[in-house]
Write a protein that binds this ligand. Structure first.
Ligand code: DAH
Length: 323
């Protein structure tokens, strides 16, 4: 027997054309794919008789032809069975698929990033489990510093903790990057707080850090004002207070004006303290910097009129799908 698979396939196509009803489809299947005497089985039985030089490639060709035939047969069975099954109502509406939406905190993070990106900032992640060294000491807060008290800390052991703020990234970043630096550190922070409408032990912050040859407090204020106008609307205003953070000198606190709630504090900021620059191996004769840290949960609450921070973490779809 001469092996001509192409011929078998074209014969099949020709024969298959008129075939519609299930019994004929089955017969066609038996004729070509039947296990005892189908055309393809017969071909397979011939292979060992061929000279070795002619066998190459025949196996895969058989598989190819088999799948082509199977495809045609399956197609026919499908359309035929649909026609002869009165229990299938093809007019039934399809199942509705729920479409997801972004979490309000994700929206806020993305928006803040986009606003500062326009001012030349990029962003990086940082470790949530960090050392006392980067979270406190390198930020000018030695072990006995009173400023540590206001940030009740989750310690894992004496040297390791859950970061109490995203400021832990400042010196980490400066140690490995040369100015000019314009970078954001968004992420989670942790403090031992009792949960209530405005506090949770885990929350989100976003830190900004800029170090360059010529920059000043005016740039900081201008950037924050620009941010407030983009984020809260062109009519919004900011005002500043003197404050005290160990890692900035001078330090300020910034409030934004909200038409219903009045002035609300949104962030801390200041000129990066000389000790912090030194710890970050920055040449202080050439460079200076400013930094700020904002609470993202609070921004989300102000922006979307949320009154209880806890709903941001409850995964209640009735709440989440509104965004
Ligand atoms: N780390 C401060 C906090 O957790 C916020 C902050 C204040 C960050 C001043 C800064 C800064 O970078 O310069 O409340």
């Amino acid at each position: 027997m001469k092996i001509d698979l192409d011929k078998i396939l074209s014969n099949f196509y020709e024969e298959a054309q008129g075939v519609k009803i299930p019994r004929d489809i089955d017969q066609l299947r038996i004729k070509y794919l039947g296990r005892r005497n189908g055309f393809l089985v017969r071909v397979t039985q011939e292979i060992p008789k061929l000279p070795v030089s002619k066998r190459r490639g025949i196996g895969s060709k058989v598989t190819e032809v088999r799948s082509a035939i199977e495809r045609v047969l399956a197609d026919k069975t499908k359309t035929e069975s649909e026609k002869i099954r009165p229990d299938v109502d093809v007019t039934t509406p399809g199942k509705k698929t729920d479409v997801g939406s972004l979490h309000p905190l994700t929206l806020v993070i993305e928006e803040v990033k986009a606003i500062f990106h326009y001012l030349g900032f990029s962003w990086v992640d940082g470790p949530e489990v960090d050392s006392d060294l980067y979270n406190f000491q390198k930020l000018n807060m030695p072990p006995d510093h009173p400023a540590r008290d206001v940030q009740q800390t989750y310690y894992i052991n004496t040297d390791t903790l859950l970061r109490t703020h995203t400021s832990n990234m400042q010196v980490r970043y400066l140690e490995t990057h040369q100015p000019p630096v314009r970078v954001l550190f968004p992420g989670r922070a942790y403090r031992r707080d009792m949960p209530d409408a405005t506090h949770l032990p885990s929350f989100y912050q976003l830190e900004g850090l800029l170090v360059d040859a010529t920059t000043s407090m005016t740039d900081l204020l201008g950037s924050l004002d620009y941010f407030a106008k983009k984020f809260f609307g062109e009519k919004s205003k900011i005002r500043i207070y003197g404050h005290n953070f160990p890692y900035t000198e001078p330090s300020i606190e910034v409030e934004v004006f909200h038409p219903e709630k009045g002035w609300i504090e949104i962030l801390g900021a200041g000129m990066v303290h000389p000790n912090v620059l030194k710890n970050g191996k920055i040449d202080q004769d050439k460079f200076r910097g400013w930094a700020f840290g904002m609470g993202l949960d609070r921004l989300a609450m102000i922006k979307y009129g949320i009154h209880d921070i806890r709903v941001l973490y409850k995964n209640d779809l009735r709440f989440l799908t509104q965004f």
